[in-house]
Design a protein around this ligand. Structure first.
Ligand SMILES: Nc1ncnc2c1ncn2[C@@H]1O[C@H](COP(=O)(O)OP(=O)(O)OP(=O)(O)O)[C@@H](O)[C@H]1O
Length: 241
């Protein structure tokens, strides 16, 4: 069972006829996958379905071989995610929020919470209330929450948003290290194409609800000077159809 995530013929069409159509995608264990696409392409819709926040019309997603439709609990057991905004309790501290987040995981204790806050650069502010946190600090806390239970698969919607330059570099290193050391699989959506180029092994482009290309970053960079050039040419090609 070397596939961490398998998306099979996944469709979800809203009443206004927008949504996603017949997505098929396989992500290997330890792979860092970058999910790209213009505004409204359907990235959040896909990710919401992947973590059970929304039901698909058709198709399925298998996480570690478990179907999200029929074996939801098993499928979610080894997943950490941030989809849409991070919404910690603003009158609690980072540490207290992490305690709440870890309450269903027996292996999460104070040491593990401190470790995650250290990794994400928040240990100095661990007792400060979230209402005093900046956007970037909340984003870091989201990541700390996502990695808390040591999940094998991490799904992140716009993880670089709101981070300063140092934060972005640290986030990239954190993702790459976790994938190398623990074989953690990442599914990341972002508009920050430079960060995706530097972080992801494989990239998929969603356009108008369809997956128009999936390719290894190393292959892309053999033929294009940057991921941005590749992205623009793929989108251009499909816009003209
Ligand atoms: N609840 C909804 N009802 C109707 N249409 C919706 C709903 N949610 C999303 N859509 C539409 O479906 C399409 C895909 O939206 P989605 O949020 O998945 O895109 P996205 O790729 O995440 O965009 P962005 O990059 O702007 O976050 C958009 O055209 C959006 O307007």
């Amino acid at each position: 069972m070397d596939k961490a995530i398998v998306i099979e013929d996944l469709s979800k069409i809203y009443k206004n006829n927008r949504g996603i159509q017949r997505l098929n995608l396989e992500i290997e264990r330890g792979e860092i996958f970058g999910f790209l696409g213009p505004n409204g392409a359907g990235k959040t819709t896909t990710m919401k379905i992947m973590v059970g926040l929304m039901k698909a019309d058709k198709g399925d997603v298998k996480i570690n071989g478990y179907s999200i439709s029929n074996e939801y609990e098993n499928a979610m057991k080894d997943i950490g995610c941030i989809v849409e905004n991070v919404t910690p309790f603003s009158y609690l501290s980072a540490y207290e929020n992490m305690q709440l987040c870890g309450r269903f995981h027996n292996e999460v204790n104070g040491t593990r919470i401190d470790e995650c806050l250290e990794i994400t650069g928040l240990i100095k502010y661990k007792n400060e209330k979230i209402k005093n946190y900046s956007l970037g600090m909340k984003q870091r806390l989201g990541i700390a929450m996502a990695i808390l239970s040591n999940p094998k698969i991490i799904i992140l919607d716009e993880p670089f948003n709101g981070l300063d330059v140092e934060g972005m570099v640290e986030m990239r290193e954190l993702i790459i290290n976790l994938s190398k050391k623990n074989k953690t699989t990442f599914f990341i959506s972002s508009h920050l194409i430079h960060d995706i180029e530097l972080t992801c092994d494989k990239v998929g482009i969603l356009y108008g609800g369809k997956l128009i290309s999936v390719e290894k970053t190393s292959n892309i960079l053999k033929n294009y000077s940057s991921l941005e050039n590749y992205y623009l040419s793929e989108v251009d090609l499909n816009a003209n159809y």
